[in-house]
Design a protein around this ligand. Sequence first.
Ligand code: MGD
Ligand code: MGD
Ligand code: SF4
Ligand code: MO
Length: 655
Amino acid sequence: MEKKSVCSLDCFDLCSISAQVKNNKIISLTGDKNNPITKGFICYKGKEHLNRLYSENRIKTPLLKENGVFNSISYDKAIKIVSEKLKEAITFSNDSVLYNYDSGYGGISKEVGSIFFNSVGGAVTHSGSLCWGAGISAQKYDFGISRSNHPSDLLNSKLIILWGRNPVDTNIHLVSYINEARKNGAKVILIDPIKTNSIKISDEHLFIEPSTDGLLALGIANYLASNNLIDNDFISKYTKGFKEYKEHLKKYDLTYVSDETGISKEKIIELANELAKLKTTIILGYGMQRYQNGGNSVRAIDSLLALTGNIGREGSSATYANKSITKLTSNFIKSFQKYDLTSKKYSKAKLGRFLKNSDNKIKFMWVEKSNPVTQSPNSLEVIEGMKKVDFKVVVDMFMTDTAMEADLVFPTTSILEEEDFIYSSMFSPYLVYGEEVIKPLYGIISEFELYKKIAKQMDNVIFPMLTKDEYFNKVLNPILLKENIALEELKKINYIEKNTKIAWKNKQFMTPSKKYEFYSDKALKETGIAMPTYFKSQIRLKDEFRFISPHHVKSLHSQGYRNNRERPIIYINDIDFEKLNLIDEELVSLSNKNGKVIFSAKKSCEIKKGTIYSYEGRWLKDGGPNLLTNDLISDMGEQAAYYDTFCRIEKIKNK
Ligand SMILES: Nc1nc2c(c(=O)[nH]1)N[C@H]1C(S)=C(S)[C@@H](COP(=O)(O)OP(=O)(O)OC[C@H]3O[C@@H](n4cnc5c(=O)[nH]c(N)nc54)[C@H](O)[C@@H]3O)O[C@H]1N2
Ligand SMILES: Nc1nc2c(c(=O)[nH]1)N[C@H]1C(S)=C(S)[C@@H](COP(=O)(O)OP(=O)(O)OC[C@H]3O[C@@H](n4cnc5c(=O)[nH]c(N)nc54)[C@H](O)[C@@H]3O)O[C@H]1N2
Ligand code: SF4
Ligand SMILES: [Mo]
């Protein structure tokens, strides 16, 4: 029998999955042919849902840590303990409860945590982002919100720039659109300090010095503006602050830009001419904004499209994210914010530092859909911070690095055991439905039911005791009304598209001026900088290397490395490699003030000199890169500036 599910991972593509079920056991997972983005195939990570579901390592019952050892306990007992501990903390103050969550599971049924923690009077939650915050803020200043043209519109582009993005590894369902666009005559340029797998779908690669993307864009912008290679009609009708911006750009002299970025003057001029001439889509990556200057980089890149009129028309888009469904669904969940008594926030990138600070007396911490020990900057600091919290609850499918730090662990369901709706604001413009493919194994209770049970145990908590359908109806109400369909129908349709094909077609932007803003008063007020500006993100010392940790094709962050015990690899530029006098696969230690990790060294001509990389997502015992990363934040949006991390490399003697 076939059942429909959906991929719950924090991925651009949001695939519809078709599950083959026999005798209540799932035999295989394939991509759904009907979903226009999935097109009948899912990636390795999507198929892995099956192994994760049936894995022997799954947490099967609640676990209580007693004398340093986790023991299995009943749900009744676990719920009693948790509600007492939470009540105790709340009596003290809602500022002593911390609720940490991320997007480790994307379904709306598991957004009830936010309702629960508002209902108990609020909890300390995060501001900022580990993921995309700088770019989202940047586009808020420029456009008012992030929106992209539908992927199929790439066929109308003649120039596609993959700017710090690696779709072959991270956004596989974008690849066929790019390939088709190439067949249609589009040129694809990859801008990345690493020659990634996305070179396979590109015509050209620019080896940029990390964190100088903003400068490259400003140099191109200067050339465009001073040579009148701009769309004067678009600029005069739909933009704000061009005169000031043109003047401001003069300081980005091409010789300086070329020296800093490593991109030749000729190439900068060629790029400017192409941008002026060709319908262009820039696909902005999230890797490029993980720097202290990341927001300004994104603003500078956006400005290239505004200068050349590459906005609001076919084949032209600043494709970074796609915030359209969010607006239609969040009202019900948000309405519970009225019960929130605390306004205290911690910057997501600085969780460890926050917990360690003795002014913040966190007594109760709840972690779900996230693995902050492995994924947040400076893992050891997160562990130290968690140790200061009296009582920690982690909800997860596996005993992650974070779960190991908990006092009580709850298991949870896989997407295959869950009926849910998922939407993403990253790329896929669809809302997708998934059935409960099989009943939860081992009697596991999902967050949706768990919170109800805890709320009941705690008495006077205003938590809505809804069935799933009642809840779906409330959350999806604006969509159901707009489409004039019932929930059951929506389930049958399976997916629904929610945005227009061409973003900003009417050129009515959502900024204060309703125009595209080269000059943003809002940015000035909030960041001190009104126009896209370049500043050096961090200076690298002579004996140090910039350490970047991008995403791996086979793992969705830490969801995938669970059985991988091989040494992590550090890729080092071939000239640097010779200088360090290394041999291939030699063990080296990488260290800085945050920690030390042993890697196997690999020589590579595919990484910019002075920069080294290893993939993120590894668990600590396997050499997690966040043992080394700094907990810095970006110029806007409090984005974790992971890649502003520097390390020394040392040989290991007599290994
Ligand atoms: N397979 C897989 N897919 C995923 C994920 C995963 O973990 N695994 N994670 C998902 C999530 S949550 C996200 S946020 C996205 C991220 O998706 P992407 O943005 O595609 O991925 P990243 O690895 O963050 O970074 C992309 C590229 O930016 C480059 N980069 C780093 N620094 C710079 C720089 O200074 N300038 C330029 N031009 N490039 C730079 C990196 O070398 C990398 O190749 O992927 C999603 N998809
Ligand atoms: N060094 C470095 N670090 C990075 C990045 C980087 O580029 N470099 N990228 C960052 C980015 S883009 C992101 S988005 C973050 C991601 O950070 P996280 O969201 O913390 O990463 P995941 O590994 O996906 O962790 C999600 C956890 O949720 C669990 N989970 C899965 N399903 C459920 C469920 O239904 N309920 C509950 N309660 N739990 C569930 C998974 O088992 C997993 O342990 O990492 C960031 N970390
Ligand atoms: S991880 Fe992404 S590409 Fe892979 S199945 Fe899930 S949504 Fe599709
Ligand atoms: Mo992310």
